[in-house]
Structures are given as C-alpha cells and as structure tokens.
Design a protein around this ligand. Structure first.
Ligand code: 5GP
Length: 221
C-alpha cells in the first residue's frame, strides 16, 4: 500500500508508510521517549500488544496493553491473529496483526515497541520494517536507572541486567541506533526514522550505526 505525501511539491511523489520496530533494554527509557514521540507525531499508529502479565498500577486495559490470560493468548496465536510473540521475564507478549496492517494500509506509519526476539521475528515476517535500538549513553547509566527505580526486587533487577546485556549484544542486528542521552532529542531522532527518508538517504551519523558508541558500551560491561 502506498500513499501520496500530502502537500508535496511533486504530486507524483509516493511514500510507503513504514513499520518501525523500537527495542531497547529495560531501563533505557523507552516509555518516556515513546511518550514524547506520541506528542511530537500524534498521527503515528502505536501498536497495543497483548500480554499475559498483570497490569501495573495506572495501566489501562486496551490502552497500555490488552491484558489477556494464557488460553486467550494461545487462541490468538492459533487463529493467526498475532504478528510476532515472545516470552519475556516469564510472561507472554504479542503484537495483534490486524490493527498494524490496517494502519499501514491506510497510509499510517506504525510503531511496535517490542523486545529482541519479537524484533527478529518481525524482521523475518516483514523484511521492509525498520529496526531501531534505543541505547543508553553508557552501561553505567543503564545500571543506575535499573537499580535506582527501587520498585523491583534485586533478583528481578539482576535478571533484567542479564537480559539487557544480551539485548545490547544484538545491537548490530538493528538498522539504526538512537542514544537516549536526552529524551526530547532521542524522540526527535526516532520521529525522523519513523517518517523521514529511506535509509540510504539518511545523513545524520547518530541515526546510523554508531560503532564507536557500541564498542564503548561493550568495554564497560
Ligand atoms: P513490560 O512488561 O515492562 O511492559 O515489557 C517487557 C518487555 O516486553 C519490553 O521489552 C517490551 O518492549 C516488550 N514487549 C511489549 N509488548 C511486546 C510484544 O507485543 N511483543 C514482544 N515481542 N515484546 C513486547
């Protein structure tokens, strides 16, 4: 499905709506950055995942997640209604397929905020998707953010750090890295990637793979 760019000087310009997958380790600030992306680009479609985990205080069913039980989740998979799914920290998470395809068909760029296994599955199912990893400015900052939250017990924090190590080790599988040193800047960079030019036309170095940043992270872990 393609759509004409509104207000384009060249009325024959055709823009294909893009599916962007945003991943990043726990504690990197995905929620804050994506909340800012929503403010900056309210027309994007943000997928609402299904999950078997329990709602946290303040989370609304149908807005933050579709909170479902395991049987329901399994039935959705069997009915082919799930685009990708993965288990994370003992719970199941999955992207409902229909709403994402409906948004793209209507010309709306769509955004999935999912973990690494799911990102890999989307890569396989929809190779045209753009995969972006949100990175911490340094490993120390990530550890501080995870331990400083004070809401999880130490075993949970340690498990999340282990998962974070694994996720960061996979950063090179992603098309782009955005460093979250400043929420507004990271959000602006993400919006560029979600609605901006195709990869070959990007010129800003931090929106392509910053190998220097990656090796700094690897050394400090
Ligand atoms: P949380 O429980 O903290 O909301 O999310 C835990 C992890 O699950 C996060 O890394 C989040 O990105 C990921 N996640 C949320 N929805 C989905 C989904 O639909 N599919 C996959 N694969 N991961 C998801």
């Amino acid at each position: 499905m393609t759509t004409e760019r509104p207000g384009s000087d060249d009325s024959t310009t055709v823009v294909r709506p893009r599916l962007t997958v945003v991943s990043g380790p726990s504690g990197v600030g995905k929620s804050s950055v994506l909340a800012e992306v929503r403010r900056m680009a309210p027309d994007l479609y943000f997928s609402v995942s299904a999950t078997t985990r329990s709602p946290r205080p303040g989370e609304i069913d149908g807005t933050h997640y579709h909170f479902v039980d395991r049987d329901w989740f399994q039935r959705m998979i069997e009915a082919g209604e799930i685009l990708e799914h993965a288990e994370y920290a003992g719970n199941h998470y999955g992207t409902p397929r229909g709403p994402v395809l409906t948004a793209l068909d209507a010309g709306r760029p769509a955004v999935l905020e999912i973990e690494l296994q799911g990102a890999r599955l989307v890569r396989r199912a929809m190779p045209e998707a753009r995969l972006v990893m949100l990175m911490p400015p340094s490993w120390e900052v990530l550890v501080d953010r995870l331990t400083g939250r004070g809401t999880e017990d130490p075993a949970v924090v340690e498990r999340r750090l282990q998962v974070a190590r694994e996720e960061l080790a996979a950063a090179e599988e992603f098309d782009h890295h955005v460093v979250n040193a400043d929420v507004r800047q990271a959000a602006a960079d993400l919006v560029d990637l979600m609605v901006g030019p195709a990869s070959g036309e990007l010129t800003k170095p931090e929106l392509t793979n910053p190998q220097g940043h990656l090796s700094t992270l690897e050394q400090s872990q």
